[in-house]
Design a protein around this ligand. Structure first.
Ligand code: ZN
Length: 319
């Protein structure tokens, strides 16, 4: 047994009540609500803390080694995050976690080419489950095709920070859905990933919601066309729209890029809302809502304390 215990409910108190450094090791989405994984030396398994309205005041400790952010394990039950307490040696992970994640990514992407008998059994079990194919658009206008496990719901689109999306097919398993995804990508030159820099700049200079919707509206039938030309069993067309729950949230208007690097220094922030790994935050003394990418913080040792904060210097807008 692998002990698939559901992760405990977010709790904003306990994780911050210890001395020494703490680490943010990831973002977990459930029911469209983001939580941050918080690890300390005293609690090797991370506690989940609701990201919304979370106040953070920290100094990056550059002396202490960074911590591995853990890895994902997949089985017939779905995917689950596994915490790790090793220092990170390769990017944000330790060697072992990185190898596990790389093998699993390679298995996932080659599953439909290699066949289900030649991949890891737990991965095969994970993939032998209905999936959906979707087309998504981000606020800068970038589009992609993607897949998600499960027949309904799911957190894949909020996790990635899509703004609008359309589910276009319900597919019997994760092998076929990846074949169809590749086919669409190749046929109409539609990518399978969007760079975070594009997502970030999309919030600073967003296309209007109606522009985005109309681009998606034009793209969807082209995808449908590609799928229809395939005489394949195992999938049915879907026509379900999705929009980001933050669509009308005031924090996602008039954002300013946080004018300091999160790799060093002392910072104070209150997170108001998140879209993917990007957070809309405020800082006392400033009226702006700042946009920042949480990822650079992940795994870094953060010290609590009453130290002096780094000055923020706001640039005059060039536009
Ligand atoms: Zn690790």
């Amino acid at each position: 047994m692998y002990g698939w215990v559901p992760e405990e409910h977010p709790n904003s108190d306990m994780a911050f009540q210890v001395d020494g450094v703490y680490y943010l090791t990831g973002i977990r989405w459930r029911d469209n609500e983001p939580s941050l994984r918080v690890q300390t030396d005293a609690t090797p398994s991370a506690a989940l803390v609701e990201a919304r309205d979370l106040h953070l005041r920290f100094r990056i400790d550059v002396e202490t080694p960074k911590r591995c952010v853990g890895r994902v394990e997949r089985s017939s039950e779905g995917s689950t995050h596994v915490d790790c307490v090793s220092p990170s040696t390769r990017g944000r992970q330790c060697e072992r976690c990185q190898i596990v994640d790389n093998v699993s990514a390679a298995n996932m992407h080659q599953a439909h080419r290699k066949g289900r008998d030649s991949i890891d059994q737990r991965m095969a079990a994970y993939l032998s489950h209905p999936h959906r194919l979707y087309v998504a658009i981000f606020r800068d206008g970038s589009t992609k095709i993607g897949t998600t496990r499960g027949s309904n719901g799911g957190q894949r689109l909020v996790e990635q920070g899509a703004w609008f999306a359309r589910y276009v097919a319900h597919v019997e398993d994760g092998f076929l859905v990846r074949e169809l995804e590749d086919l669409v990508s190749e046929s109409i030159n539609l990518g399978q990933a969007v760079d975070t820099r594009k997502k970030f700049s999309g919030h600073l200079q967003a296309q209007t919601n109606s522009e985005l919707q109309s681009t998606l509206e034009d793209l969807t039938p082209k995808v449908g066309q590609v799928l229809k030309t395939q005489n394949r069993d195992g999938w049915v067309p879907l026509d379900e729209t999705w929009s980001n729950p933050m669509l009308d949230n005031a924090h996602w208007k008039d954002l300013v890029a946080y004018p300091a690097a999160l790799t060093h220094g002392a910072h104070e922030l209150t997170i108001h809302s998140m879209v993917g790994r990007l957070a809309a935050c405020s800082r006392s003394g400033f009226e702006e809502t700042f946009l920042l990418d949480i990822q650079p913080l992940l795994g870094r040792p953060l010290e609590r304390g009453d130290f002096e904060l780094d000055q923020l210097v706001l640039q005059e807008s060039l536009f």
